[in-house]
Design a protein around this ligand. Structure first.
Ligand code: ATP
Ligand code: MG
Length: 138
């Protein structure tokens, strides 16, 4: 069992899709072991996506991520990082396989409904940014 960090992004919360997204997640066998709905501050979003700060889309990404509530979650399961990335689909929804969250719900490459950690190491860093150990209950 491993863990990954998930965000249901503003484009999805705005359209009332948190339950629909989580139904896809839970159907894969991943378990939501921590969850909260928050509005990210600019500082939090900039820290979270710090790896992308030189990219042309950075300002747009920060604006989108802070524009409405997000749902931050910890997911647990077998090979959680890889399992969740697989069910999320490609960053660009046009390239995402049928049945993936981004194919089903994403609006564009920027407003792509969900985030998922890209490695176990980053999952641990991202989880610690939002949850204490006591808030994660499997
Ligand atoms: P995430 O980190 O959100 O799970 P990802 O790992 O699939 O997504 P990254 O390359 O880490 O993709 O990009 C982070 C986020 O930045 C994307 O999810 C998307 O919201 C935004 N983004 C990435 N590429 C572009 C782009 N070319 N134009 C606009 N926004 C983009
Ligand atoms: Mg990423």
């Amino acid at each position: 069992m491993t863990r990954t960090f998930s965000i249901i992004k503003p484009d999805a919360t705005r359209r009332n899709l948190t339950g629909a997204v989580n139904a896809v997640i839970e159907a894969t066998g991943l378990r939501i072991v921590a969850q909260k709905r928050v509005i990210l501050s600019k500082a939090q979003a900039e820290q979270f996506y710090g790896a992308h700060k030189e990219r042309s889309f950075f300002n747009e990404l920060i604006a989108q991520m802070t524009a409405a509530p997000v749902v931050v979650q910890v997911l647990e399961g077998t090979d959680a990082v890889k399992s969740y990335r697989a069910i999320m689909g490609d960053t660009n929804p046009e390239q995402a396989p049928v049945g993936t969250i981004r194919k089903l719900f994403a609006l564009s490459i920027g407003e792509n409904s969900v985030h998922g950690s890209d490695s176990d190491e980053n999952a641990a860093i991202e989880i610690a940014q939002f949850f204490t150990d006591a808030e994660i209950v499997g």
